[in-house]
Design a protein around this ligand. Sequence first.
Ligand code: G3H
Ligand code: ZN
Length: 284
Amino acid sequence: PLVSMKDMLIKAKEEGYAVGQFNLNNLEFTQAILKAAQEENSPVILGVSEGAARYMGGFKTVVSMVKGLIEDYNVTVPVAIHLDHGSSFESCAKAIHAGFTSVMIDASHHPFEENIATTAKVVELAHFHGVSVEAELGTVGGQEDDVIADGVIYADAKECEELVKRTGIDCLAPALGSVHGPYKGEPNLGFAEMEEIGQITGLPLVLHGGTGIPTKDIQKAVSLGTAKINVNTENQIASAKAVREVLAAQPEQYDPRKYLGPARDAIQATVQGKMREFGSSNKA
Ligand code: G3H
Ligand code: ZN
């Protein structure tokens, strides 16, 4: 069923695993991720960036597509539809009214007081509708859609504590060296800060930029209170590789089902692997 992230993440933190957020790009991504979740008997968060929502038609299209597939595929595991990196109160409000069950308000690039004010406003509306809220502090590196980071700034523990106290968010994404897109070399995550922020806030933490983080770092992050890990690029790479392989072997092929079907299978396999790695399999 469609649910918010709240209970999913509290349970994950208590039991020592992380729920994956896998980003939607089109119908095939949605099919693959829902199938993977059902197959693994795992809770799942469907991440939808503003850019991806625009690409697919809009928030309403996304909600209808997800609801349709949940019925057609008889999906029984908990599923959240989550706005990823929501850029404004207006955008979060639109997603909530379209039926999203969770939103991220990413006002991390604004001054601290402005971040708090916007986040608090989103929380008030969201909680009224039973929708969960994620907020961010610091800067995630790399680029995602319209969000380009010009420098990686680590989240500050005192600011995290204050943001949580003054807004009532459900989970927090403290940027601690993670990057959107592939890493140049090994990621260098701020685990000491992660531990401090996890303890000081008491909230489930979110790790953005999940693509390319080694398993030992994933396990360490989970042990320090990370209960949600976002992955997009790795699925995009897997699906593009499958399309290239089919079209290279069959240059005359024109039926989209013949190249997007294998792409869908590749995404599903990638997601199932992540669910096992994150420990969310059989936790539905
Ligand atoms: O918000 C989405 C992500 O943080 C995904 O990061 O594309 O590096 O896996 P990624
Ligand atoms: Zn992100």
